[in-house]
Design a protein around this ligand. Structure first.
Ligand code: GLP
Length: 259
């Protein structure tokens, strides 16, 4: 696990975009996993600047991590809309190559199974961008999610709904109660992971996920078991991390947690 602490969100964007651009240079038909949420936004913004400057992402396909169940697809806060607004348009991706779980399917569980199978059939995600929830959730895998879980329908915790109420005019009752999410097992099958976390409010969960016990009650701790993880933090999110872990490619956080 490589952990980089940047002074601000712009710095995170620069490093994250460089990493994605290098991956696309190596693999022009890259399958990129995209996360919603505010943390990855600087990476998308910096990538958009590179695209405006000539970087061609036309061969890239993308899969989203998750989607609310029951929100109309054209609702501005459906993840389909968010991905279109923050990723597809600014990065000039081919919309036909971008998939978001279907939260409006008559049978959302069957649609979730099909989504997972399509990722596997495509050969798996090459580079997965991730955020981290205050309770350690990854995508919408809430605490207690099995590390072998696959794409499925889940119930959202009250804390997650409260955190996301800001996207629904502050009305927690407007936040859907369920979502379709890639499972932890699905996420762990991506070849590379890029975790982006910002803000002082995330400092405790960053330390718990990256240096605490590997435990299903902290879904983010599953990342300690993955062989190729890059973490981009701002200084505030890194507040509780042991300084000796930072920017040291030879030290795993799992080992650090055992010290
Ligand atoms: C959301 C998303 C996650 C995201 C997380 C953190 O609920 N489903 O994929 O990583 O919460 O979001 P943010 O970066 O806005 O704090």
């Amino acid at each position: 696990m490589r952990i980089h602490v940047l002074p601000d969100r712009a710095g995170i964007g620069t490093i994250g975009a460089a990493l994605v651009a290098a991956a696309v240079r190596d693999t022009p038909d890259l399958l990129l996993g995209v996360a919603t949420g505010s943390s990855p936004e600087p990476v998308y913004a910096a990538l958009a600047a590179r695209v405006a400057g000539g970087l061609d992402l036309g061969g890239v396909s993308a899969v989203a991590l998750d989607e609310y169940v029951g929100l109309p697809v054209d609702h501005p806060e459906s993840y389909r809309s968010v991905v279109r607004r923050t990723v597809v348009r600014p990065l000039r991706l081919d919309p036909a190559r971008v998939a978001v779980p279907d939260g409006t399917a008559a049978d959302p569980s069957a649609a979730a199974d099909a989504y997972d199978a399509a990722i596997v059939a495509r050969g798996g995600v090459d580079l997965q961008i991730l955020g981290l929830g205050h309770n350690g959730h990854v995508a919408f895998n809430e605490p207690g999610s099995s590390f072998t879980s696959r794409t499925r329908v889940v119930a959202l915790t009250a804390r997650t709904r409260a955190a996301n109420a800001r996207f629904f005019g502050g009305d927690v009752d407007a936040v859907p109660t369920h979502a379709v999410t890639q499972g932890i097992g699905t996420v762990l099958q991506a070849r590379r992971l890029l975790l982006v976390v910002t803000g002082r409010d995330k400092a405790p969960v960053v330390a718990a996920a990256l240096t605490g016990p590997v435990d299903e009650f902290c879904p983010g701790s599953a990342l300690q078991t993955h062989p190729d993880v890059t973490v981009l933090l701002d200084e505030a999110a890194a507040t509780y991390l042991d300084a000796s872990l930072l920017d040291d490619p030879d030290r795993t956080c799992a080992a650090a947690g055992a010290r």
